[in-house]
Design a binder for this molecule. Structure first.
Ligand SMILES: Nc1ncnc2c1ncn2[C@@H]1O[C@H](COP(=O)(O)OP(=O)(O)OP(=O)(O)O)[C@@H](O)[C@H]1O
Length: 595
């Protein structure tokens, strides 16, 4: 194994160790497997005692037969409980890990190139890959390091030479296992990478199905999926080849050791050994060591069966660690936001995405005050959305500063916090001048927060993005995502203000069910849902990205009026190509002039 592969394997093991740290389930499961070995010794002793007692009648046989029977039942119970406890431990470890992975996926650093498909594959398949590791491999590994010694000790008490035979067959077996294990690790890693690639590819292509159909790229995408699944099949066959080889070696040495013990015990019993030995076995001891010999390899068999689980888990751990590494660092300061509209000051702000030569935005300065609308205009690609994303922690700040000034004090505390924000009316008229925020009067001196310190203003911002999220459910529940506590009347009101009435009439109201693809909602209707969502959120900052795109002139005029009303008392920044919408802004920043 190269040193890079070694480092990688070590890092994966350390990650797995930390991920399954509770260990309680593993220890209990291991103890049950060791009890199973103890019961196996009892079973062998019971069998041997029964055989020896046959000439002395049923009464003499009975206690031995009872011992064998109780031991057999105990073995069954231990095996069942070990599987159950292991599965419980694996479930808990997976739940904890999945929570961490989903959190890392949701809070990934701005500019991360992970696709939805790879993140889904990480949260579902790769977390599931640690199931066998915790439920089977870890208990089997711990048991395999102790149980053979117990069997060996019990065998040595009856026949030290039979114990010596077991030890002698163990070393070539170990060498074969190490060789097979190394080959299995590589093959298994390659197989798992192929599986993750296929799952990610499949999930992404399903998400992009309408686009694929529109561009008639079905054949090409089907070929790509076919190639990925053939690759997976090839790698799976390689894993199976190694698995068959290693289980062949295991079975060979297990059978060899039992055969050698049987031959030795039989010849010793008959006094036909061709060489002198310092022990003479009687029937009971000979039967005991013979019945116990298969148990020497049983823990190793169990470990070999679970070995693939370890490879799968280590490969998954590499990818899970990558997802966690891509998680954005938590902001150093976590403010408790008040519901007061802040002043947002951009000072020589530049945004450069990872891996890009040029800054998407450079040297932008402006100020958005409470009650004021700032319109960001400029040609496509001039960085309007990037500035909004910056405020939400979705784009990286590479130069300059963004400060959030609010008249209310913002004490720091542990954990994210946002109090109940006041209701921002959508009924007051918006006049062309900045409107003083009524809630500001009587407040103390400004508290100034640095965006670089707080990471995002998402808790106090209502955002309408360019690609609105639509979830399977009703139209009403999609709007209510912004404020699950909102009343039906309030949802109906924002839906009306956002211009959804004609669509709701046609589809049967807010209770109309839509699927995750939106059940044929038009681009404009999706945007209206997103706008309604933004208007519903009782947030003091409103960030709208192209709210009037896809609208005809009349609808646009009505929507511009509605937006003007909704902005009263809030700090609003709108990215737009619409001259009509820009006309209601107090400040217009033309990003095109800067390039
Ligand atoms: N995540 C990203 N990674 C790399 N580059 C990005 C990313 N997001 C945006 N960009 C680039 O940054 C530049 C500005 O993009 P942005 O979406 O901010 O422009 P825009 O003015 O909003 O465009 P439009 O009017 O078309 O919406 C573009 O060149 C874009 O390709």
């Amino acid at each position: 194994m190269s040193s890079i592969a070694k480092d990688r394997a070590q890092a994966s093991r350390a990650y797995l160790k930390a991920a399954v740290a509770d260990g309680g389930g593993v220890r209990t499961s291991t103890s049950l497997l060791l009890l199973d070995t103890g019961a196996a010794i009892g079973f062998a002793a019971g069998l041997a005692g029964s055989v020896v007692a046959v000439p002395h009648g049923v009464a003499a046989m009975l206690p031995w037969a009872l011992l064998a029977g109780v031991s057999a039942i105990a073995r069954g119970a231990c095996a069942m409980l070990a599987a159950r406890v292991g599965a419980g431990g694996a479930y808990r470890a997976k739940t904890r890990l999945r929570r961490r992975i989903v959190e890392a996926a949701l809070h990934r650093a701005p500019g991360s190139d992970a696709t939805t498909g790879t993140l889904m594959s990480a949260a579902v398949d790769e977390v599931d890959a640690i199931d066998g590791y915790v439920a089977r491999f870890l208990p089997a590994r711990m048991a395999a390091s102790i149980a053979p010694l117990i069997v060996l000790a019990a065998t040595a008490v009856a026949s030290p030479i039979a114990a010596g035979i077991l030890v002698a067959t163990f070393f070539p077996f170990l060498a074969a296992m190490i060789l097979a294990g190394g080959a299995a690790a590589d093959a298994s890693r390659r197989q798992f990478v192929a599986l993750a690639r296929l799952s990610g590819l499949f999930a992404d292509r399903i998400g992009a199905l309408p686009v694929i159909l529109a561009f008639r790229a079905e054949q090409r995408e089907a070929r790509a999926l076919g190639a990925a699944s053939e690759d997976l099949a090839r790698r799976t066959m390689a894993v199976l080849r190694v698995a068959f080889l290693s289980s062949g070696a295991l079975e060979f040495f297990a059978a060899l050791s039992v055969a050698l013990v049987a031959v030795y015990a039989g010849f010793n019993l008959l006094g036909l050994l061709p060489f002198p030995v310092p022990e003479t076995l009687d029937l009971g001891r000979a039967f005991f060591v013979l019945a116990l010999a298969p148990e020497f390899y049983a823990p190793m068999r169990r470990l070999a069966a679970a070995y693939h689980d370890r490879q799968a888990a280590e490969t998954a751990a590499e990818r899970l660690a990558e997802v966690e590494r891509a998680k954005a660092a938590p902001p150093p300061t976590v403010p408790v936001w008040s519901g007061v509209a802040p002043t947002i000051r951009f000072n020589s702000v530049s945004i450069r995405y990872d891996g890009q030569d040029h800054a998407a935005v450079s040297g932008v300065s402006f100020e958005a005050c409470p009650g004021m609308i700032v319109a960001l205009i400029g040609p496509s690609g001039s960085g309007k959305s990037s500035l909004l994303h910056l405020l939400l922690g979705l784009a990286p700040l590479s130069e300059g500063r963004v400060r959030i000034c609010t008249p209310s004090p913002l004490p720091e505390r542990e954990g994210p916090g946002v109090g109940r924000l006041p209701h921002y009316p959508s009924s007051a008229a918006k006049i062309g001048q900045p409107t003083p925020n009524p809630s500001l009067s009587g407040r103390g001196a400004d508290a100034v927060l640095d965006l670089a310190q707080i990471g995002s203003i998402a808790p106090i911002a209502a955002w309408m993005g360019q690609s609105p999220l639509i979830l399977a459910g009703t139209i009403g529940s999609n709007i209510a995502l912004a404020d699950p506590t909102a009343s039906a009347e309030r949802i109906a009101e924002v839906a009306r203000v956002a211009g959804l009435s004609p669509m709701l009439l046609a589809r049967g109201g807010l209770g109309a069910v839509i699927d995750a693809r939106g059940s044929g909602l038009s681009g404009g209707e999706r945007r209206r849902i997103a706008l309604a969502r933004a208007l519903l959120k009782p947030a003091p900052v409103l960030l709208l990205d192209e709210p009037t795109a896809h609208f005809d002139a009349d609808s646009e005029a009505r929507l511009v009026e509605a937006i003007a009303r909704a902005c009263v008392g809030r700090t609003t920044i709108i990215a737009t190509h619409s001259a009509r919408l820009a006309a209601i802004a107090d400040v217009v920043i033309d990003l095109g002039e800067r390039t």
